[in-house]
Design a protein around this ligand. Structure first.
Ligand SMILES: Nc1ncnc2c1ncn2[C@@H]1O[C@H](COP(=O)(O)OP(=O)(O)OP(=O)(O)O)[C@@H](O)[C@H]1O
Ligand SMILES: [Mg+2]
Length: 338
């Protein structure tokens, strides 16, 4: 029997729910190419080569800013990944529910649709589902009720701030800002202030292990970087305070956007949000004390969840399994040919 898949193509991670296995599989959304167009590795294996590969191997991320930037490589990657997680006969004629950011153009949305519709696995159907809706479902919320729900999904390249009610989006704002921006800020900070050049993986490690959204947290980590002056590798002990200082300006930008959206929420929905709190998802929401920062800023409770990066895929699994939510996915074709 053909399978049904729920797919969340993130900038950093690819998450796929398979109905047959009833589980979510996650890998880095990375591809390594040799000889211009030959796939050498994909997923976690390709990510392990990132910043370490010789010139003959190009390691890249086919999704940028939440949308498909490299269509061909994305198709190759997704095909190989699906082939690995299920038996090939289950992919032929399969059904797909694909999560898409809301605040993107129809052309960008169609690229997500075509990626599956025009693939070699000849799917039976391809449906789209707005990411914030899937997020809220993944949190265990009933989005079909006339209750306002505010979700902040912070991924690697994007942060989507949305207000949902009655199964639809009342407000949605896609910021081209996410965990990657913090990594870049950390790289720049150490270069400028300490003449130390570090790679993106090291910056990400610092953020994930000693990064914090508020000042005054203790902790340190020893890293290796290149000294700008001598050009030689050096070891340096980095404190949590330094990492906070590197991320401070970006945290402020994020706070301003949340405030801006909150100001636009209709009062009756604002009441619901006050009562239930703001929901935070996406891998970036795991930044230590980010919930505390948002709570201090808004005076509204902030809810965090387990495995926040898999929240969209979890929501897609409900769209696939629970007839009550199947109507939340829509077909692109019906939109195009209208
Ligand atoms: N403990 C942590 N602290 C801070 N950030 C973290 C932590 N764990 C993961 N992250 C960040 O979460 C991001 C990845 O999250 P996620 O998988 O939700 O993104 P994505 O869905 O691939 O991206 P997007 O939704 O923007 O396309 C990375 O930037 C990663 O560094
Ligand atoms: Mg995401």
């Amino acid at each position: 029997m053909s399978n049904v898949y729920g797919v969340d193509l993130g900038t950093s991670n690819l998450k796929v729910y398979s109905k047959q296995a009833d589980q979510i599989v996650k890998e880095k959304n990375t591809i390594a190419i040799v000889n211009k167009n030959q796939m050498y590795a994909y997923g976690d294996d390709a990510y392990a080569m990132y910043e370490k590969a010789p010139e003959s191997i190009q390691v890249s991320f086919p999704i940028t800013g939440g949308v498909i930037a490299d269509y061909n490589n994305m198709q190759t990657l997704v095909g190989s990944f699906l082939g690995k997680i299920t038996k090939s006969h289950a992919i032929k004629g399969a059904e797909f529910v694909v999560a898409v950011p809301t605040d993107i153009t129809e052309v960008e949305k169609k690229a997500f649709y075509d990626l599956f519709y025009k693939s070699t696995f000849k799917p039976k159907s391809v449906m789209l589902c707005d990411k914030p809706i899937a997020d809220a479902l993944g949190l265990g919320l009933d989005v079909t009720q006339p209750t306002g729900i505010m979700v902040v999904d912070m991924g690697a390249d994007t942060t989507e701030i949305s207000v949902i009610s009655l199964g639809g989006l009342v407000l949605s704002h896609l910021m081209h800002f996410g965990g990657n921006r913090f990594d870049e800020a950390i790289i720049n900070y150490f270069k400028r202030n300490y003449n130390l050049v570090i790679g993106q993986k090291t910056a990400m490690d610092l953020k994930e292990h000693i990064g914090c959204a508020i000042p005054g947290i203790e902790g340190s980590m020893v890293i290796v970087g290149l000294d700008v002056v001598s050009g030689l590798p050096i070891q340096m002990e980095i404190t949590a305070e330094m990492v906070y200082n590197a991320m401070k300006d970006n945290l402020e930008t994020l706070c301003n956007s949340i405030k801006m959206i909150l100001e636009k929420v209709p009062p009756e929905l604002a009441k619901d949000i006050m009562n239930a709190g703001i929901y935070m998802t996406g891998g970036g929401s795991q930044l230590l004390k980010l919930d505390v920062l948002f709570k201090d800023l808004t005076n509204i409770n902030v809810n965090i969840c387990e495995d926040p990066d898999e929240c969209v895929a979890k929501g897609l699994s409900l769209v696939i399994k629970d007839a009550k939510y199947s109507g939340l996915a829509y077909s692109m074709r019906s939109k195009i040919f209208k």
